[in-house]
Design a protein around this ligand. Sequence first.
Ligand code: SAH
Ligand code: SF4
Length: 372
Amino acid sequence: MTVNLLDLDAASLSAFFAGHGEKPFRARQVLRWVHRFGQGDFDAMTDLARSLREKLKDMAVVLPPAIVADSLAGDGTRKFLFDVGAGNAVESVFIPEDDRGTLCISTQAGCALDCSFCSTGKQGFNRNLTVAEIIGQLWQARRALGAYRHGETQGERVISNVVLMGMGEPLANLDHTVLALRLMLDDNAYGLSRRRVTVSTSGLVPAMDRLRDECPVALAVSLHAPNDRLRDELVPINRKYPLPLLLAACRRYLEKAPRDFVTFEYVMLDGVNDSDGQAEELLALTRDVPCKFNLIPFNPFPGSSYRRSPAPRIRRFAEILMAAGVVTTTRKTRGDDIDAACGQLAGQILDRTKRSTGRTFALQMARHEVAR
Ligand code: SAH
Ligand code: SF4
């Protein structure tokens, strides 16, 4: 059976090599070739014995998802659309900034959690991405951005940060997500620091505990409401894991987290969750959790019933939080001219190819700016 090496983290690659009578250092060499140098051609792995190269050609491949569209916005934001088979596509977005480059990647095709303001949720769940499809977005983006040519030091990194804030709920695909995270952190692979890799979750409490134990990285939690009544409506998973449980899970997470705060994401919905009173309620709710807030102006999509809060309202809301001493950022929308801000590209392509089912996987991508 042919193995896709992009599906294996360091431990599983060692086991795979051991199973074929190869020494662990060979596994490390291959890991470096594949991930650190972005090499998918075994013949180019010049420090491997020819016999091993031939063996690898027989039993393994390096197979990332194919890039089917690649668009560059005026502000440098670049969006990649990946084919993941059966008419499904997922997106990654690269956001260059002065001091870092962030890649936002997807973990599922669709999402089952059905948040009322999210276009991915509205389109239903298709399937979990494999490890190769998750890490393959980073592998492909690095190649497309020329990052593999740029040396290895942190300062020179083209992609210095990764956020799991694209399509899907990472913690609903925890096994694959954890293996992909381990590759991102591995010094022989991408060597990113835990603080520069962020998982965003809508609040799957047991999986938050598992992430904390298995691979703690920076955590962002999609709060979006200051009380259970409203959050039940906006983020339906709240009915299963209501706010007291979620906030307790945040505190437990912080015991092992690489950063000493959780980032609370809060989508700004006009007249729904954006009043002064709700800002005060939010402060009271989160009093016992070291946190920062990231306000996300709602990103409308066809068929959505919400409106984005007006800019002065968002400013006022942020001021109330900041006056209480809580660091608060407001996300910029980026890449508007290529729909990276509203991720309609996946939807457009699928509209054409899957018109019969009406299934679209447009992705809300106004999620980019992540807590520093
Ligand atoms: N499923 C995870 C991660 C992907 S969503 C989660 O929900 O956290 C990343 C962020 O984008 C979340 O905070 C999500 O609530 C937010 N988001 C979803 N749809 C949005 C929209 N239409 N406008 C603005 N933000 C949105
Ligand atoms: Fe899924 Fe996140 Fe969208 Fe909710 S906001 S439906 S959890 S992708």
